[in-house]
Design a protein around this ligand. Structure first.
Ligand SMILES: C[S@@+](CC[C@H](N)C(=O)[O-])C[C@H]1O[C@@H](n2cnc3c(N)ncnc32)[C@H](O)[C@@H]1O
Length: 570
């Protein structure tokens, strides 16, 4: 190893539980914590939906978990310490933080180091790759002693692909880490403190997912002109990188694709479709070329496989969507013919995306085989889903999520209440509540999702739901004039969370209850802070009380965390 490994920086290995017990319990007072911390990016590697939210976070979960012990010993100032790029450090990972990165500290200095794929309790050697103002990023060079909850990842790609970051961590430890992450964010970003005994029960335990593999009903694979290979394979030349690739992006690389023949997160029928495409698309006789996002040449951009179920038989259904840079159906015909023989494949779509970026939503859409939608059943309602509409990617766990939403909504059940379903997607949440309320109003930016929501209302005989297309980041003063004042607001934004204008509107609206469903606990905590505590700088007066926050694990092995929060008007 070129660099020295300074032993004095070795942090003593503490059992995770002991370390965590230094955190105070969660309470309702504002915390005064104002440590400058890494700022969360709102761009996520697998962000699925458009959003133009400009809100930013001042803090993230990344380092919050470790700041608390400092408060215990304020007199002991951390020594100044700034590692150089390329320097190697011996470290112990203390917890999992934002995006599932391991959060590590350098002993005695308190200096924060983030490392991808480091697991809590793992002792390892890391090399500094990036320096930020108050923390550095390292890559793991070598594990010295693994975390006691380390397990063998079943998937051969788990350690390389950008999807599963924690497949090699015992599932129980994964959910524990997620629960702690939410707790830390609520305290530090949400500024809920520990002095109000009322808040003892606010933080609910995480709901684990009982199906930890094959749970995803949508996977998007990318085509690329070259394969991304791990360093060892490049070095020993066991694989050729100059071969077309179809698979998942290597973590942090928009232009590098790890070739995969199957994915443990999608269903077995979906894996058969992937294997069939892999089997033939490189055949030179077909004349198919992968899109090169550097030179902007080539035809095949993405392959999306969506799974659903037939409403009558409950048998699996698949939609295959080829995203291409131009419309050349004759080129896709051999692939379509090959896939159409699978009994599960009921829809083959072609989205044409001429943009230079990496998005998979097309400007035009063509049906190459079968129907333009597939169906799925949620809470005994049928939903038609088109290629570009959002639908909960773990349908099994969505049942549990929606039940929690309904419980939080606390409907009277007498058909007197109005529900406002913000970020409604294909209308799933609102429609599952519609039979118990007077009217549901749903808002959503994607026109296809609104079309699906309207169709889904008809399909399920729901006549008291209105779905409106619009950008909730751009609401005007008149927003809300065309519907009755809601008794319950459901808000389920994508990862950037709610725009300040929408928060302003909600604070003015003063609906008795808000159920906030979030897939990003960092932006969720920020929005809860604004709704409950307000902001002097943003001239917002908070008027809600946080009654409960329930994390739900929708995505085992990935860093993603879903939360259902209940807010009541003070
Ligand atoms: C997390 S999904 C929730 C969808 C739905 N509630 C469900 O459970 O299926 C977020 C939804 O917000 C929509 N969305 C994103 N940005 C939006 C915006 N600025 N205005 C309105 N809707 C938006 C997305 O298209 C997506 O359908």
């Amino acid at each position: 190893m070129a660099s020295i490994i300074p032993n004095f920086r070795l942090r003593r290995l503490q059992p995770l539980t002991k370390f965590r017990s230094t955190l105070p319990p969660l309470h309702l007072h504002r915390s005064s914590s104002s440590i400058a911390l890494p700022v969360a990016s709102s761009s996520y590697e697998d962000s699925e939906e458009p959003q133009s939210n400009t809100n930013t976070l001042s803090t993230t979960t990344s380092t919050t978990a470790i700041e608390e012990p400092h408060r215990k010993n304020k007199s002991k100032k951390p020594k100044p310490f700034f590692p150089k790029r390329g320097e190697t450090l011996e470290l112990v990972c203390e917890s999992l933080a934002f995006k599932g990165k391991g959060l590590c500290k350098v002993e005695e200095t308190g200096y924060v180091v983030m490392c991808d794929r480091a697991l809590p309790g793992e002792r390892f050697v890391g090399r500094v790759t990036r320096k930020k103002n108050n923390y550095s990023e390292v890559t793991k060079v070598k594990t010295l002693s693994p975390h006691r909850d380390m397990v063998e990842a079943p998937c051969e790609y788990a350690l390389q692909c950008g999807g599963c970051r924690t497949q090699n961590l015992l599932y129980e430890a994964q959910v524990k880490a997620k629960e702690e992450q939410v707790r830390d964010l609520v305290i530090h970003v949400g500024k809920f403190s520990y002095k109000d005994p009322e808040f003892e029960n606010v933080m609910k335990p995480i709901v684990p997912c009982d199906t930890q593999f094959h749970y995803r009903n949508k996977m998007e694979f990318s085509f690329g002109p070259k394969r991304w290979l791990p360093k060892e394979q490049l070095a020993d030349k066991s694989e050729d990188a100059n071969v077309f690739s179809l698979g998942l992006h290597a973590p942090g690389f928009f232009d590098k694709v790890l070739n995969v023949d199957k994915c443990f997160l999608q269903s077995e029928p979906a894996n058969k479709v992937l294997a069939a495409v892999q089997d033939c698309w490189r055949n030179p006789e077909l004349g198919l070329s992968p899109y090169d996002c550097r030179s902007h040449t080539g035809f095949l951009k993405h392959l999306t496989i969506r799974s659903g179920r037939d409403v009558e038989t409950r048998e699996p259904q698949l939609m295959v969507n080829f995203v291409t840079s131009s419309y050349k159906p004759e080129l896709l015909k051999p692939l379509v013919d090959k896939l159409a023989v699978f009994p599960e494949v009921v829809s083959i779509m072609n989205n044409i995306n001429t943009a230079v970026g990496n998005t998979s939503v097309g400007e035009q859409e063509y049906t190459l085989y079968g129907k333009a939608t597939i169906t799925e059943i949620l809470r005994e309602l049928a939903f038609e889903i088109s290629a570009n509409s959002f639908f909960q990617t773990n349908a099994h766990q969505a049942e549990i999520l929606y039940k929690l939403v309904e419980d939080c909504a606390g409907l009277k059940g007498d058909g007197s209440e109005i529900v406002l379903d913000l970020f409604c997607g294909t209308g799933t949440i609102g429609l599952t509540l519609a039979k118990k309320v007077k009217h549901v109003y749903g808002y959503e930016v994607v026109p296809e999702a609104i079309a699906d929501a309207r169709r889904n209302a008809k399909l399920n005989g729901v006549h008291n739901a209105t779905f409106i297309q619009g950008d909730l980041n751009k609401i005007s003063e008149s927003f809300g004039n065309d519907f009755q004042k809601p008794d319950i607001v459901i808000s389920d934004p994508n990862r950037p969370g709610m725009h300040t204008n929408l928060i302003k509107y909600l604070l003015k609206l003063k609906a008795p209850r808000i159920v906030y469903v979030s897939c990003n606990p960092a932006t969720c905590a920020r929005d809860l802070d604004l709704l409950c505590h307000g902001s002097v700088e943003q001239k917002l007066q908070g008027c809600y009380r946080l009654k409960s926050i329930q994390p739900v694990d929708m995505f085992p092995h990935t860093p993603h965390i879903e939360c259902v929060c209940l807010l009541e008007l003070c």
